[in-house]
Design a protein around this ligand. Structure first.
Ligand code: PGA
Ligand code: ZN
Length: 424
């Protein structure tokens, strides 16, 4: 399909920080937009998020340069050109940028175009966005391999780290309604929302505050330790009438690169008053994994602590899901390295870590090819764009992580999944 116009603008994300939104027009008149998310605790090997560094605007966080890249260099190169597939456009953009980390045009500029194109193509070819993604993912095998299967979702209840004012050292505490016990997605959403409400009540009972962090979950500053969050969550699950272990298990994203001290090579757990070597930290984690019904763990280690990642998988990989986020940054090369080393058994998938839909699809394919899990994920800074819900369905990623049920930009994704389930 020929592209006939492209325009971009600076909008605000869910934290009040600028991000980029691009609108594409196809030759048949179809218009569609894509709005790019933004991380708070980013991995070092993510593609470049182009910001202005003009301290006079938004403390340097403006994205007018990225907007200008779309409206000048990218526009000049792609308007009037024909792209038959998502890969055709994305590969062209990758070449146009020419750098490994998309630093010439900006990962955010490129992704906004990639997203807008996907949505415009789906509209123009009169198919749901997830179906367009499924065709891009499965290719010739689309008919035989694709079916709509609702994901198992990690629902966020408590936040700490950078997202939650360092209420705890760890970033995300989640509940996971087990897929086999919750085959209907609307029941997953209901369980998540009911447990969230019950957790709210459990917090108030303790005299703790119940305000939420970046991703729509509780971040009480009164909390006394990292593990108290588990206790509160489990209380919430029981209060809501669900069975811990049988129906609901726990998932955790520690975002450990944020509390790892690169100078000393130690893990600095402020809430525990502990400074631990990799070995000691692994032992401490092992205690918790024995004590609490934790099924999935993400980034419990620093993103370059490869040897300890390998030991983690060796010890817990057969019973737990071990997810690499900052470790892998949705990057095929890093995923390949981790597969070879046996350093994780699942990948967290974030479209803006890598910067195009096509590369995101390749990352999921690589993980799935060796039986790994793939968790489609939001970012700390989000918009109401719900494209990742369709991408999760289209790629049959099997799992999602879209935050807590208390902020519109998170619910946009949950609500899109329930819409897909209804077949609307
Ligand atoms: P981020 O965090 O988007 O702020 O990096 C989300 C996550 O780590 O899952
Ligand atoms: Zn993470």
């Amino acid at each position: 399909m020929n592209i006939s116009n492209l325009r971009a603008r600076e909008i605000l994300d869910s934290r009040g920080i600028p991000t980029i939104e691009t609108e594409i027009t196809l030759e048949d008149g179809t218009k569609a937009k894509g709005a790019v998310p933004s991380g708070a605790s980013t991995g070092t090997t993510e593609v470049l998020e182009m910001r202005d560094d003009d301290k006079a605007r938004y403390f340097g966080d403006g994205v007018l340069n990225a907007v200008s890249k779309v409206e000048t260099e990218i526009k000049t190169a792609i308007v009037g050109m024909n792209y038959d597939t998502q890969a055709d456009l994305d590969n062209f953009l990758i070449l146009l940028d020419g750098t490994l980390n998309k630093s010439k045009l900006g990962g955010n500029s490129i992704l906004s175009v990639s997203m807008a194109f996907a949505r415009a193509m789906a509209i123009s070819t009169k198919q749901p966005l997830y179906q367009y993604f499924a065709k891009a993912y499965f290719g010739d095998e689309y008919e035989s391999k694709f079916k709509i299967e609702m994901p198992q979702s990690m629902v966020l209840l408590m936040e700490g780290g950078k997202h939650g004012n360092w209420a705890t050292d760890f970033q995300e505490y989640m509940v996971v309604p087990k897929k086999e016990r919750f085959p209907k997605y609307s029941d997953v959403v209901r369980a998540g929302a009911e447990i969230f409400k019950a957790t709210h009540d459990a917090l108030l009972k303790r005299g703790y505050s119940a305000t939420v962090g970046f991703e729509g979950a509780f971040a009480p500053h009164e909390i006394r330790s990292n593990t108290e969050a588990f206790e509160i969550m489990l209380e919430g699950v029981e209060l809501a009438g669900y069975k811990v272990g049988e129906e609901i298990v726990l998932a955790l994203d520690m975002a450990a690169s944020e509390f790892y001290d690169r100078e000393t090579g130690k893990y600095n757990l402020k809430r525990e008053g502990l400074i631990l070597s990799s070995e000691e930290w692994l032992e401490k984690q092992a205690d918790w994994f024995r004590q609490y019904p934790i099924w999935s763990i993400e980034d419990t280690l620093f993103e370059e602590d490869w040897d300890t990642w390998v030991r983690l998988v060796d010890q817990f990989g057969s019973t737990m899901q071990i997810v690499g986020d900052d470790l892998l940054t949705t990057n095929v090369e890093r995923i390949r390295k981790a597969i070879t080393a046996d350093a994780a058994n699942a990948v967290l998938v974030k479209i803006n870590q890598i910067g195009t839909i096509t590369e995101t699809i390749e990352a999921i394919k690589m993980a799935k090819s060796v039986g790994w899990g793939a968790v489609m994920s939001h970012r700390g800074g989000e918009t109401n764009d719900d494209l990742i819900a369709d991408l999760a369905i289209g790629t049959m990623s099997g799992q999602t992580k879209f935050g807590g049920p208390d902020r519109g930009e998170r619910l946009a994704k949950y609500n899109r999944l329930t819409e897909i389930e209804l077949g609307w």
